[in-house]
Design a protein around this ligand. Sequence first.
Ligand SMILES: Cc1cc2nc3c(=O)[nH]c(=O)nc-3n(C[C@H](O)[C@H](O)[C@H](O)COP(=O)(O)OP(=O)(O)OC[C@H]3O[C@@H](n4cnc5c(N)ncnc54)[C@H](O)[C@@H]3O)c2cc1C
Length: 459
Amino acid sequence: MPEKKIVIIGAGPTGLGAAYRLQELGYSNFVVLEAANKVGGLAASEKSPNGFIYDIGGHVLFSHYEYFDKLFDKLMGDDYQELVRESWVWMFDRFLPYPFQNNIKFLPPEIVLECLLGLIEAQKQPFDLSRFNNFEEFIYGVFGAGIAKYFMMPYNFKVWAHPPKMMNKEWIGERVSIVDLKRVLGNVILNRDDVAWGPNSTFKYPRVGGTGEIYSRMQPYIQAQLRLNTRVTGIDADKHDVILENGERVHYDHLLSTAPLDQMILSMKDQVPAEISEHAARLQHSGSYIVGIGIRQPSPSKKCWMYFPEDNCPYYRLTYLSNYSPDVVPDTKTHYSLLAEISRSPYKPVDRETVVEDTIQGLINTRIISETDRKDIVDTYLIERDYTYPLPGLARDAALNAIHPYLESRDIYSRGRFGAWRYEVANMDHSVAQGVEWANRMVQGDKDNELTYLAKRGC
Ligand SMILES: Cc1cc2nc3c(=O)[nH]c(=O)nc-3n(C[C@H](O)[C@H](O)[C@H](O)COP(=O)(O)OP(=O)(O)OC[C@H]3O[C@@H](n4cnc5c(N)ncnc54)[C@H](O)[C@@H]3O)c2cc1C
């Protein structure tokens, strides 16, 4: 049987994962169309004119897959750093170890009391996810009013740029650290530090090139099938063609799209039933400004990343990126770098003109740097992306349950962070896995094994 023609839109981790797996399986009749001038998508890295490398937000690699681990080892060899996961929360003018709720003993006593009373009240009812209609109800029902007020509500608004009541609770899984009342009480009364959370205590980071290096190293395997600077502007599903910016048509038998699902539906124009377009219009997302700051000083801290729920700085997360790898700054003996993540949406507008200065002022407000350190800031770099977090909104699951089967009936498969639109399986390892599992399905026919995309594995 001649191989069917596969077209892949996007060379981010999902598209690369699919393409890499196709070539691994000996399949060659495919092409990858990538709008940007390089691979990696949101997991790519950028180099500033001053020689600092920044990721599009702090990328912490936390693999759920043996396949991904082996691929990483093959691509990176020994060119990586193994780092201890050390994260912190900045509140009330001090750092607490993450997770917040296990370390409230570091807060002022009256706040500790308020958090504990709220927690005890909330936990009078046994945990039952079905009691909650949305993420806000989940927060109050599980963590109580105090922890909700000081951390969970403001922090989540800052990350998602949408009020938690607009979000469902289906995505939570391991993404939110659930609270254990006995442990919290014990930590407060016994004055116990509690920093262990989650299954992995270390993570890997490329020694050179930033996070994007992982994906740059996949490129040679699929170079013959890769077309960079090639944006898909339309899909003619009736004819099974994608239409490029220059009007060229590329025929497919099967189409894998990793572009944002709502945009992809729009690009199909009036070939899509009204009901599907309406569902797509209900999908919500946020965008980001990522601000990189290079400072001519040795790193003053060993911290990895920090969370900031308060409104004294625009960022929700800050990373000492140069603590991940010496290669991301010109010289680690004399320089370090910070990476600030700021979300935005119509519910949380951010002024692009002032975001870099607001970030620097935030660093001073949160005592990461002092006013006198300003003179040592030798690099500022702004990355902006319109699609960074696919919101698990209240209408999401109904929309996905309608859109994906419709697309598949037309030989179109939408996968990846914004293709599948399932945040719970939207990290790098999940994305590569979505691509790999899809390729397995296309070549080997194992339809039921696309478990990651269905959020049945790895979440
Ligand atoms: C702020 C932030 C922090 C993150 N932190 C982490 C982390 O700590 N750990 C982790 O594992 N993951 C993290 N991620 C997630 C990680 O970046 C994603 O898992 C991954 O990039 C998703 O891969 P993807 O291929 O599905 O999508 P993308 O990376 O978005 O790639 C899609 C590609 O398709 C291309 N494309 C889109 N439309 C078209 C078109 N019409 N024509 C042609 N090409 C097109 C784009 O240019 C892009 O290259 C983070 C993401 C963000 C935004």
